[in-house]
Design a protein around this ligand. Structure first.
Ligand code: C5P
Length: 397
């Protein structure tokens, strides 16, 4: 679980987006975190402490003078063993309070009283005019300068009926941001380009040749690279997966399209990771119209042409990024893996141990580089994505 053992203080301030805090609490709990909810008086007008208590499984605190805490110092007690404090939703007024260090209720006081090592994240939620107001923008700048992370806001439809900047991020997006905040920033400032998923090579307008790649491994690496602080572009063949939060995704179908998109963007990237299961051949005589059955025993004659090798093409660029390839072999992985790494001219190749990995949530990998090969313990693909990003970052120095 991504947040196993983490203790999160979740602060709610006044705003319609309080209803999203209920979903966020569930998400945090499901991810393994314990959630301690603290609400301002205004927040209790939007959602009740009873609901938040039921969802978090813990007493909800709303009052600085709450005598349920033995020493009567909830602002100290609730922050000393916290791993992070998240204010969601964070109102205009609460941003002002944070920017000025106000301590006029329990939530503002505990933010000021938190040890400086406890990260504070705020998810602004307000009307577009309130967000754009110069005073709010001054406060936002002050929060950033004070090392407080602003999660969002997003643009979109607002509860008041207006449209614009100020919408709170969705609970799943906030969850991704919170999970990412606990990951090392080993790729901060780096640009990463990836391919993932299968390709689809048309036979006619309704038929084609593809493979069993689900895209899960590539998407997990894209997510991990983004968590590690990189700016990530994912060039994806057809998959049923959701785009990882914060990742720029470009959809393609064929190997040729994937090649063209990758080569038009490769320059300027620090790392290229080719995870896609690219079709080696395309149908050279694909039909523009649907092929018709003409009679018993009559079969179309397909001709094949070789697709460009995207990874080899990127690895041959004069200002090439650090290139990482994948291999799925049905036999002799150790022999073929090293041979493939050399043939493609890349510093790191990742071998799937067993080619039955397609579509599964778990995987087992072996890394090939100049120093030889190294097996990684079997794990779920999300975990492996992070391990791999760590390995790549380490090799980049
Ligand atoms: O040559 P092979 O397909 O076995 O190599 C696999 C590696 O090369 C993977 O990283 C895959 O994404 C990449 N590849 C590519 N373009 C191709 C074929 C494979 O980028 N046409």
């Amino acid at each position: 679980m991504d947040l196993a053992g983490k203790r999160i203080v979740l602060g709610l301030t006044g705003g319609v987006a309080c209803y999203k805090a209920a979903e966020l609490t569930r998400g945090l709990s499901k991810a393994g975190a314990s959630v301690q909810v603290v609400m301002t008086r205004a927040a209790t007008h939007f959602i009740t402490p009873v609901t938040m208590q039921a969802l978090s499984g813990r007493t909800v605190y709303t009052d600085q003078w709450d005598d349920r805490i033995a020493n009567n110092m909830p602002h100290i007690d609730l922050t000393r063993d916290a791993d992070a404090i998240v204010i969601a939703p964070c109102s205009t007024d609460f941003m002002f309070k944070l920017a000025h260090g106000a301590c006029d209720d329990l939530l503002s006081t505990l933010c000021v009283a938190r040890p400086i090592t406890v990260p504070l994240m705020v998810a602004p939620a307000m009307n577009v005019e309130m967000w754009q107001n110069p005073a709010t923008q001054r406060n936002a700048a002050q929060l950033r300068a004070d090392g407080i992370a602003l999660l969002g806001p997003d643009a979109g439809e607002q509860a008041c009926g207006e449209t614009g900047m100020g919408r709170m991020l969705e609970p799943e997006q906030l969850l991704e941001e919170i999970i990412a905040s606990f990951q090392s920033k080993a790729l901060a400032g780096k640009r990463v380009l990836l391919t993932a998923g299968p390709t689809f090579e048309p036979i006619d307008p309704v038929r084609g040749i593809t493979n069993l790649s689900s895209g899960k491994m590539g998407y997990a690496i894209a997510r991990a690279a983004r968590e590690a602080g990189a700016e990530v572009t994912l060039v994806s063949g057809p998959t049923a997966l959701e785009t990882p939060y914060g990742v720029h995704r470009i959809n393609v179908q064929t190997a040729q399209q994937m090649h063209d998109v990758v080569l038009s963007r490769a320059a300027g990237n620090d790392i290229f990771i080719a995870v896609a299961a690219v079709a080696d051949w395309r149908v050279a005589n694909a039909s523009e119209q649907k092929l018709k059955k003409t009679g018993a025993g009559d079969v179309p004659q397909l001709e094949f042409a070789q697709n460009p090798d995207i990874l080899a093409a990127v690895a041959a660029l004069p200002d090439k990024p650090y290139c990482v390839g994948f291999a799925a072999e049905s036999e002799k992985l150790l022999e073929y893996g090293e041979e493939k790494r050399r043939r493609k001219g890349i510093p790191l190749l990742v071998g799937n141990i067993g080619h039955q990995t397609f579509g599964k949530d778990e995987n087992e990998l072996v890394l090939f580089d100049d120093a030889g090969h190294q097996r990684l313990p079997r794990a779920d693909k999300r975990t492996l994505g992070r391990v791999l990003v760590g390995e790549i970052a380490r090799r980049l120095g």
